[in-house]
Design a protein around this ligand. Sequence first.
Ligand SMILES: *Cc1c(COP(=O)(O)O)cnc(C)c1O
Length: 432
Amino acid sequence: MKYYSTNNHKHQVGLSEAVIKGLAPDNGLYMPERIPVLPNDLIEKMSEMSFREIGYAVIGALFSEDLTEKQIHELVDHTLSFDAPIVEVEEDVYSLELFHGPTLAFKDVGARFCSKLMSMLVEDKSKTLRVLVATSGDTGSAVANGFLGVPGVEVIILFPRGKVSKLQEKQFTTLGQNITALEVEGVFDDCQTLVKQAFLDRELNEKLMLTSANSINIARWIPQSLYYFYAFSRLPKMSKKVAFAVPSGNFGNIGAGILAQQMGLPIAQFVAATNVNKVVPEYLHGSPFKAMPSIPTVSNSMDVGNPSNFPRLLALYEGDEKRLRENVKGYFYTDEQTVEGIQAIQPKGYILDPHGAVGYLGLKDYMAENPGYVGVFLETAHPGKFRDVVEEALGEKLVLPERLAVFLQGEKQVIPMGKGFDEFKGFLEGLD
Ligand SMILES: *Cc1c(COP(=O)(O)O)cnc(C)c1O
């Protein structure tokens, strides 16, 4: 399979280059040149297949030209090391729980796939691949845990001192092994600038093999389509049309759902739900796309003013904006409404995190306006990850799952770093 740049269809590269480079040299996002369509009878049979078996079929369709069957099985087994159940929370409304992975958020799926694939692609090279990640929280924990112990790859995480929640910090500073955390005296943007400077530094790149595990990497993007197939296969057999509502920030997750649809999964409608960072819902309502500075909210993993995967949505519809606007409806919610969403479902015995609450609200509004659907919203994080907001909304204490509690016990290990490039470069040069 070749991958083209969304900025230039003629710029095409192979899998290895697309994954190791991450971003095309013209700053476009890589997209598969061809979207394989799965036979209907295979999709129907998925109700009797396990999550992993579904994974082999979907990943096989996309990657079998570049990877052996054994590699595809290894990749899928490593990625899907946990379940993603659907739970009926109201009549015809299902929560797709994507928080059963190691860091309790859906990013675990993409990060685990990405780490394993990178390790396969560098397998026979003698150099270590070094993954640089700047994080303000969630990405760091998913990437660190996804790459933990993966051979041939070392992860260096840069985070701003004192600007990351304690729980998130623990998830990437206590791991050891091939994960190193640098505590930068600065803000998130300083961390991001250091990483960008490193990628541009010729001397460093001659010496070291550097890459990023950014969310725009196809190796993080594509595997997210797997849980749409799985969730669909677990819905009861019925004649109603199916809508999926996705709480969105950079719009990678929803794009992977559209990829699944184009591979033949009969999803009838997508709902894109955001907080007040509403660039895409406004676009979907007919306005031109206009990036804005991001606004802080209680669903902070979606505080994105310039969604990086937007070009991918356009590419999926080959630039046909009318079709995009029909297939994806946009809704946005304030923090107050988000909290009300968490409270609304509490009496039914279900606890939402703020991101899932935004998805739930979008789904409910769509279904109220369009009767006759069964709906699935993506619950993208465990409510315990956003404990303060959820406990305040509910007026009760949450019981933290064991996996989160374990992180809190680990000992923080970091290397302090200034925000000047020379110090960071010196650190990287000392690695070999
Ligand atoms: C990253 C994230 C999102 C947004 O996903 P995108 O793919 O960027 O749209 C939603 N919820 C949670 C909990 C996240 O961590």
